[in-house]
Design a protein around this ligand. Structure first.
Ligand code: SF4
Length: 355
């Protein structure tokens, strides 16, 4: 795999990191603040646009640092306006982001790792295995680049693309602080959602640190036995441990609500029995349930028919929490997590075999 030697990127540097990186210039401290704002708030693509810096400094900075490190590798636009991006990193590896425009908000789903080690049965990313963690800069840059490409201000961010964010905890948290910083991307912290499949120690840490971002837990099964059969992480952190950590989070001093994600897989977890078990499990918690009819990926699972989804919803009508069913977006462009990468990789594999 080709590795391009790379100057460090200024995107994703916290203020203290940026001040240290600027040490050789012995600049007054306000310069670091100005540069941080040009990079993250104004999101300039060229050092020449940093108009309140001396020209010599602008050109020296452009010799020492990069502003962009992600190279567009593929872009697909769905009929419904969803846009899927495949980015090439400086080491030649690839990650995905998905832009989802809606009437009242614009959401981006971003990646936190290249590939993933957790091997959930229904996930296309799992087929890649784990390759590496993303840097804070690579996480933040996905939002900046999509904002630049679409010309639309992103209002909501979900870390639900490739990877398990809580296995890349420090970089993900640093990136999220830059995303919500008023001098950074200025996205409301509550509208940034970190989605985990249940790395219990990090859920507890996140609660204890009172991080201001929203939390989603990908539950996908209401019993330990079923969860274990589709999500290997349940061997390490069982359902009881996961629910205890969820209670710890919602019972904390800031009394936050958790969103539970539940992907509906035909014949696996979509019966009324499972709906009743789910109701019992979640009823005592401050939470919201988001049902996600599976996005077919060709890896052995299928989406339940609409009448099965309605049958699943019936017992949940009495739930003391909100239940939503996510609209499938971008079906025509392989918008499920990891799916585009896998399809593009298989397509090029097929093409090279043919050649
Ligand atoms: S669903 Fe998430 S945690 Fe599970 S394998 Fe896919 S990327 Fe990893």
């Amino acid at each position: 795999m080709a590795t391009t030697p790379q100057k460090p990127s200024l995107i994703g540097m916290s203020m203290p990191e940026l001040s240290t990186a600027l040490d050789p210039w012995t600049l007054p401290s306000y310069r670091a603040e100005q540069i941080y704002k040009w990079v993250h708030h104004h999101q300039v693509s060229d050092f020449a646009d940093m108009s309140n810096l001396p020209k010599t400094l602008r050109s020296e900075l452009s010799e020492a640092f990069e502003l962009h490190t992600l190279k567009p590798a593929f872009r697909a636009v769905s009929k419904d306006g969803t846009i899927k991006y495949l980015w090439e990193l400086t080491d030649g590896r690839q990650i995905e982001s998905v832009f989802i425009p809606e009437a009242t908000r614009t959401t981006i789903c971003i990646s936190s790792q290249v590939g993933c080690a957790l091997g959930c049965d229904f996930c296309a990313t799992a087929k890649m295995g784990f390759l590496r963690n993303l840097t804070a800069g690579e996480i933040v840059e996905q939002v900046i680049r999509v904002q630049q490409d679409t010309g639309q201000k992103i209002t909501n961010v979900v870390l639900m693309g490739m990877g398990e964010p809580f296995l890349n905890y420090p970089r993900v948290i640093q990136a999220c602080h830059i995303l919500c910083d008023p001098a950074g991307l200025a996205i409301s912290a509550k509208k940034i959602t970190i989605s985990t499949v249940g790395v219990v120690p990090r859920i507890r840490q996140y609660a204890d640190e009172e991080q201001p971002f929203s939390l989603a837990i990908s539950l996908h099964a209401p019993t330990q036995e079923l969860r274990r059969s589709i999500m290997p992480i349940a061997d390490k952190f069982d359902l009881q441990m996961l629910m205890d950590s969820a209670h710890h989070y919602t019972g904390g001093s800031n009394r936050r609500r958790i969103t539970f994600e539940y992907v509906l897989l035909k014949g696996v977890n979509d019966s009324p029995t499972e709906a009743k078990q789910l109701l019992k499990l979640l009823a005592p918690l401050r939470c919201k349930l988001n049902l996600i009819p599976y996005n077919d990926t060709g890896i052995g699972f299928i989406r339940p028919e609409d009448n099965n989804i309605q049958r699943f919803l019936k017992p949940l009508e009495q739930a003391p929490f909100t239940v939503t069913v996510r609209k499938n977006r971008g079906n025509d462009i392989a918008a499920a997590c990891g799916q585009l990468f896998v399809e593009v990789a298989e397509d090029s594999k097929a093409r090279s075999m043919k050649a």
